[in-house]
Design a protein. Structure first.
Length: 79
């Protein structure tokens, strides 16, 4: 994954970029190509690699979360 200086700008910036893509793309141009050639063409990016400990922790969390989904469904059905 690569992260640019504008990474902290969040969702509003992303929606604006999507709107610009819809208006300014060339016919048949993919979003990935538009981002690479128009939005991030002159941006310096830093490559970020996930910490294996964080990945393992997230995987454990997701396993517990998925196992608990039936409890949530039951609470909605019987609540």
């Amino acid at each position: 994954m690569a992260v640019g200086a504008t990474a902290a700008e969040g969702g509003a910036w992303g929606i604006a970029v999507l709107a610009a893509y819809l208006i300014r793309r060339t016919p048949g141009q993919s979003l990935a190509d538009y981002l690479a050639t128009r939005v991030f063409a002159d941006v310096e990016l830093d490559e970020v690699k996930p910490d294996p400990t964080d990945v393992a922790g997230f995987d454990a969390f997701m396993q517990r979360y998925r196992r608990a989904l039936p409890v949530q469904r039951a609470a909605v059905e019987y609540g």
